[in-house]
Write a protein of this length. Structure first.
Ligand code: FAD
Length: 372
């Protein structure tokens, strides 16, 4: 019997992870990617592999993904720059510190390590932070990675056929390419990030723009990815523009600085007032940053869903079409868990992740679009 043929639309971190998992399950995989592999949001990202506990589903997906990253790490090429620096969730005041213990318990229950740092321990661990912070939660197993290299590595490992063409539309049993050619497949996986909003406009997907800045070498020495505990409140909540302190040490002695969030900004332009706000926030926590020069600034688009969880599973109406998109700010972290959950659905395998609701149908009946 011939192997299942799967078309994966999109060669970003999520598409590459899905291609790899499907190939390991025995499928013959074709990946459609008109641009550079890993060149979309994947290239714009910070590459922080982080456990997050906004919801039980998010905690399960991020914690399982971190386990999968740890298993993958020894196979990665050195250029993937994978290293485990851990995350420090920094508390500015006692109110934020009080939120640390439930978070720590949630992490422990999900099988991740997490310890509390007092104010004194925090300033010994990260002496560049401003004095007077209340403490921190240290999550030592979180890591960072240069995701575009991993996307290329996974596509090669999958032995996938890479076609440098865009999917123009989904057809019954396949994908229509530019010029009208139709590629047939048993399964089509829509993993083209925010491009899915164009291909399937009925899906509840929105762009959420972010800015990142990398400093020159010789930045203040930092040992962990540093994130303010107010991050969830200030960066994730609401529809308005927001910034939060989020800094990553690079092995080169540079710092990667985030983070900002904006809806309805589909362009790639730098929003200078917002960038200034973001940098002021960072310098508020790391005062020595004010004396550090920037090397480069860029923006990228996260692909957001209404509940901030990805769409993983069958399209509500289209037979043979599966979705793996909507990962917002966690798609590098959760690509491997996404691929595992998708593979489990396609091959009928068990996965603890299937206990959570990532199915696109959770938003109710989306209007049926006309598909050529
Ligand atoms: C500023 C910023 C910082 C971030 N930091 C982090 C972080 O620290 N940790 C983390 O986990 N996540 C982070 N993210 C989120 C992460 O980058 C995304 O969730 C992730 O890259 C999504 O991967 P993807 O493969 O779904 O999409 P993409 O990487 O965008 O890939 C989609 C691919 O599909 C292709 N494509 C589009 N349309 C078509 C079509 N019609 N046919 C064929 N191909 C098509 C595109 O060319 C693209 O290469 C960040 C995002 C941003 C913007």
């Amino acid at each position: 019997m011939s192997a299942l043929h799967a078309i994966v639309i999109g060669g970003g971190m999520v598409g590459a992870a899905c291609a790899d998992t499907l190939a390991r399950g025995g499928a013959r995989v074709t990946v459609l990617e008109p641009g550079p592999v890993g060149g979309g949001a994947t290239a714009a990202s910070m590459g922080h592999l982080v456990v997050m506990d906004d919801s039980p589903a998010q905690l399960a997906l991020t914690a399982r993904s971190l386990e999968l990253w740890e298993a993958l790490a020894p196979a990665l090429p050195p250029q993937a720059d994978y290293h485990t620096c851990g995350t420090l969730w920094v508390a500015s005041d006692d109110e934020e510190l009080a939120a640390v213990e439930p978070k720590r318990q949630a992490y422990l229950a999900a099988g991740r390590r997490a310890t509390l740092l007092t104010a004194a321990e925090l300033s010994r661990t990260e002496p560049q932070l401003r004095p007077g912070l209340a403490g921190a939660l240290r999550v030592p197993g979180d890591s960072v990675v240069y995701a575009p290299v991993v996307a290329r590595f996974l596509l090669e490992r999958a032995g996938a056929t890479l076609r440098r063409e865009a999917a123009m539309a989904l057809t019954d049993g396949g994908v229509r390419l530019a010029g009208g050619v139709v590629l047939r497949a048993d399964v089509v996986v829509v993993a083209n990030g925010i491009g899915a909003a164009e291909l399937l406009p009925e899906l509840p997907l929105r762009q959420r723009k972010g800015h990142l800045l990398i400093t020159e070498r010789g930045a203040p020495a930092v040992n962990h990815q540093l994130v303010e505990l107010g991050y969830l409140k200030s960066a994730h909540g609401g529809d308005g523009d927001s910034v939060a302190f989020n800094v990553q040490p690079r092995p080169t002695g540079q710092l990667l600085i985030g983070s900002s969030r904006q809806f309805e900004r589909p362009d790639r332009d730098i929003d200078w007032p917002l960038l200034r706000r973001m940098l002021r926030r960072a310098a508020d926590f790391l005062p020595a940053l004010a004396r550090t020069s920037a090397l480069r600034v860029w923006t990228g688009q996260r692909c957001a869903t209404p509940d901030h969880l990805p769409l993983i599973g069958p399209h509500p109406h289209l037979d043979g079409v599966f979705l793996a998109t909507g990962h917002e700010g966690l798609g590098i972290t959760t690509a491997l868990g996404t691929a595992e959950a998708l593979g489990a659905q396609l091959f009928g395998e068990p996965s603890a992740l299937l206990a959570h609701d990532f199915t696109p149908a959770r938003f109710g009946r989306v209007p049926e679009a006309i598909h050529a």
